[in-house]
Design a binder for this molecule. Structure first.
Ligand SMILES: CC(C)(COP(=O)(O)OP(=O)(O)OC[C@H]1O[C@@H](n2cnc3c(N)ncnc32)[C@H](O)[C@@H]1OP(=O)(O)O)[C@@H](O)C(=O)NCCC(=O)NCCS
Length: 175
């Protein structure tokens, strides 16, 4: 089922910026906890991705996209620029799939590719956090991530009301 999507490493081309902005606006509007409140203004979405893509261009992170033909349907970010005393660690962030493409394996495919790239860069530990309410906990549980615990009342949900965040970790590559 996964093979119908292609994966690409994203850089700061105008069409990529537009597609990522559209995707995060769609995600927030559907209640996804990805740092922003609904309604997410296009300028705010673009400013976020512009800075993120610039960081990717500098090699500080890798932004992956899954495509159905020309349409960007899912993305994940691998944050590589951890502090000097954590050169072995990377973080998974901004995992989201367009609403009508959910449940078709895009997130799993992207996460596997992010893990492969992280291991290739010598990373041995991945960490992430996801909202307790309507987050991606089920995905990370299935992908072998360990739950460390919950921080209560960590963030506002896109339509208001607090949610806790669940902290996850996974060892990868060579120990
Ligand atoms: C979480 C999210 C990215 C999953 O995307 P997706 O492309 O639908 O996920 P996949 O189809 O690749 O799912 C892979 C597996 O994880 C499971 N899974 C995915 N999301 C899940 C969830 N929220 N709860 C329970 N299980 C989930 C799927 O059932 C699937 O299991 P299977 O392979 O046994 O069938 C998507 O629901 C989303 O964008 N959510 C809103 C944004 C968000 O909360 N992002 C997380 C920020 S950390």
């Amino acid at each position: 089922m996964h093979t119908k999507f292609s994966i690409a490493t994203l850089g700061s081309q105008p069409e990529t910026l537009a597609a990522l902005s559209d995707l995060i606006i769609d995600t927030v509007a559907n209640g996804g906890s990805v740092s922003f409140m609904h309604p997410l203004a296009p300028e705010q979405a673009q400013a976020f991705w512009q800075a993120s893509l610039a960081a990717a261009d500098r090699g500080e992170r890798v932004i992956l996209g899954a495509y159905d033909g020309p349409l960007l349907i899912s993305t994940v970010t691998l944050l590589l620029d951890c502090p000097p005393n954590q050169p072995h660690r990377a973080e998974i962030a901004k995992m989201m799939t367009r609403m009508q493409y959910r449940g078709q394996g895009a997130a799993r495919m992207l996460l596997q590719e992010a893990e492969r790239i992280a291991a290739e860069r010598g990373k041995t530990l991945l960490t992430l956090d996801t909202a307790e309410d309507e987050g991606a906990a089920g995905l990370y549980d299935k992908m072998g991530y360990h739950r460390t615990g919950v921080i209560p009342d960590f963030a506002l949900k896109p339509y208001g009301g607090l949610t806790g965040t669940i902290i996850y970790w996974k060892k990868i590559g060579r120990m």
